[in-house]
Design a binder for this molecule. Structure first.
Ligand SMILES: C[S@@+](CC[C@H](N)C(=O)[O-])C[C@H]1O[C@@H](n2cnc3c(N)ncnc32)[C@H](O)[C@@H]1O
Length: 195
């Protein structure tokens, strides 16, 4: 599958990932969608290992199809749903957890589950990297306010999350916002790590 959005943003995202991921990093991607971010990141960084995942079967099939571009770097996709308890069981340790455009298009429990699981599977210097839009009070871009309304009309449990609420749930698990990158179309990359 091809996503027009991923087609546009996977280049800029992979440039940032390429700069911040440690050498030979193992990365778990949550809500991988079509799987195009995995390909872009592994093209930019041939030393990394990438685990795609998604609760949606068609998405996992797409991720496994894209995997043929880098079969030695990208592992077969896993069925991981952030709202299910203990999704992290038996996964082993990772250097980074990456998720793009997932926490606003899933219930808030998915964000909570992502943070909880990340705290279980990341080693002490591990990174959580989120890409997407965030609400920031008066600084919020009008396009993101409109997007928030559209999401909520599709599902009241969805919605663009506030930067403060995201920082708060990470802080509760011992993670701080270490870096923030402004991205095209009023999106951001947030990088969290433990103190
Ligand atoms: C808007 S798509 C983004 C896909 C991809 N990350 C991208 O940026 O192109 C949202 C993805 O999150 C996944 N998703 C939704 N709820 C989820 C959950 N509870 N746990 C993990 N992934 C979820 C969907 O199946 C979908 O693939």
């Amino acid at each position: 599958m091809f996503s027009p959005t991923a087609g546009r943003n996977s280049g800029p995202i992979s440039m940032i990932l390429s700069d911040i991921l440690p050498s030979s990093a193992s990365v778990l991607e949550v809500g991988s969608g079509t799987g195009e971010h995995a390909v872009a990141a592994c093209t930019a960084r041939p030393d990394i290992n990438w685990q795609t995942s998604d609760p949606d079967q068609k998405s996992r099939q797409s991720q496994d199809a894209w995997r043929s571009e880098h079969p030695h770097q990208i592992n077969p996709s896993l069925d991981l749903d952030m709202t299910l308890g203990s999704w992290w069981a038996n996964l082993g340790e990772f250097d980074a957890v990456f998720s793009a455009n997932m926490i606003h298009i899933a219930p808030w429990e998915a964000a909570l589950g992502l943070v909880k699981g990340a705290s279980e599977i990341l080693h002490s210097k591990g990174l959580v990297i989120l890409y997407g839009p965030f609400l920031e009070g008066e600084k919020t871009a009008p396009s993101n306010l409109k997007f928030d309304e559209t999401l909520k009309s599709r599902n009241p449990k969805w919605g663009v999350r506030t930067l403060d609420s995201v920082k708060h749930i990470f802080a509760e698990m011992g993670f701080n916002l270490q870096a923030r990158f402004k991205m095209p179309a009023e999106n951001q990359i947030l990088v969290f790590s433990r103190n």
